[in-house]
Design a binder for this molecule. Sequence first.
Ligand SMILES: [Zn+2]
Length: 498
Amino acid sequence: MSEISESTVPDLVLRGGRVIDPESGRDEIADVAIANGSVVALGTGLAPAALELDAAGHVVTAGFIDLHSHVNGIAGLRLQALDGVTTALELEAGVTPVAAAYERASRDGRPVNFGFAASWALARMEAVAGIRLDGRLEVFLANIATSAWQQQATAAQVATVLSRLSADLADGALGIGILVGYAPGCDPGEYLQVAALAAAAGVPTFTHARDMIEMVPGARIDGAEEIVRAADETGARMHYCHLNSTSQRHVDRVLDLVGRAQQAGSLVTTEAYPYGSGMTGIGAAFLAPERLAERGMTPRSLTYVPTGEQVASADRLRELRATDPGGLVIIRLLDEDDPDDRRLLLSSLTFPGAMVASDAMPLTWSGPAPDPMSWPLRADAVTHPRTAGTFSRALRTLARRDGPLGLTETLRRCSLLPAQLLQGHVPAMRRKGRLQPGCDADIVVFDPDTVTDQATYLASTRPSSGIRHVLVNGTPVVREGELVLDALPGKPVRASAS
Ligand SMILES: [Zn+2]
């Protein structure tokens, strides 16, 4: 039992929950006292506070840190908060210039903490294709099909890309997002230069891998080999994003490669999301009609989200790619109903040290976008179910009594490991991902027996259930299972100037 110091009167006490902290190994029934946005005490019988929230029969642990969220609006981030997320970071695509992204999010307010990596793809769009940037991912989606930015760059253009990324790092970017899989014409040497820049700056990279060599035998380099090679040759910390979706049916081969690289001392980490289908802009290079066979797909493997239509033919796919290149599509990659595919998905999630990350996608509205604060969501809002359900689904499938990971290990992958990946150069991360005195009061309280995702491919914005309270910097964002409608306590997470 610990005491609150005389001078600290807590603002809030979470009463009588099962406190789990994977770092310290704590797993016991305790109260949690919070003051000024931080955890100030853990123990039994703590004195009453102004606000008391019951946590009996529930798990109380650090809120989930999502390394891979493309959501940059209040409505989508609320869905993530209802899934237990307290920090949502845009690291895989990144945004450039990051200063504009931080400024916009700070001005509008966010229900959860937020942060951004520098975007290699956007820096390249600017340097190679002359596209104007504004610090929003929408610029990437709008130009996703423009072949000009996907080609081999000149040495001078690469130098311009690197200096743009350096400027973003000086502005507090959390790392460098490298969507190399969207620019098949990029020279592997350029990828190594970006990794070397990250290594010199002491920041990680986050890669959407190129095609697997089995899919495109004539590719310049295998997508998985490229990532581990960069870690080995440059010493950079290389994070392998959504290993499940880019590896597809080659998960075993890729995990074996990553495991060997890790054993050899390379700084390679992985993440996965618990869904068989992916989502991206329909204009992506790898979704060209003539290339679908590489992934064992046909146009009918794609569902165009704005209308919900299964794409009927190559001609219809060409038409959609021309008229709405950034329009989101659901891509059936692994079949969740097929036992072999389910095993591959599970392997990517249970691989030692693999983190849970959602790849949450922006909401798409078939009508005009509503006021950002309006809630509940209008019925025409659609996204990928992973936006609303990744973490609850991970708890349901990995952590339940007979789940393959168990509760503490699943929580470690949802909060502590993401914090540890970033904490070397992001001081705020040393106070997140843990539930200990002195840490930020980013906390999720959930029922371990009933927590579950509710979003499906057909009802993609249905919030998770079983998440009872979510605190961000000590402020309830979800209380008794309901969203707190005026709560926007999210703070920017930035790297320290090196
Ligand atoms: Zn991706």
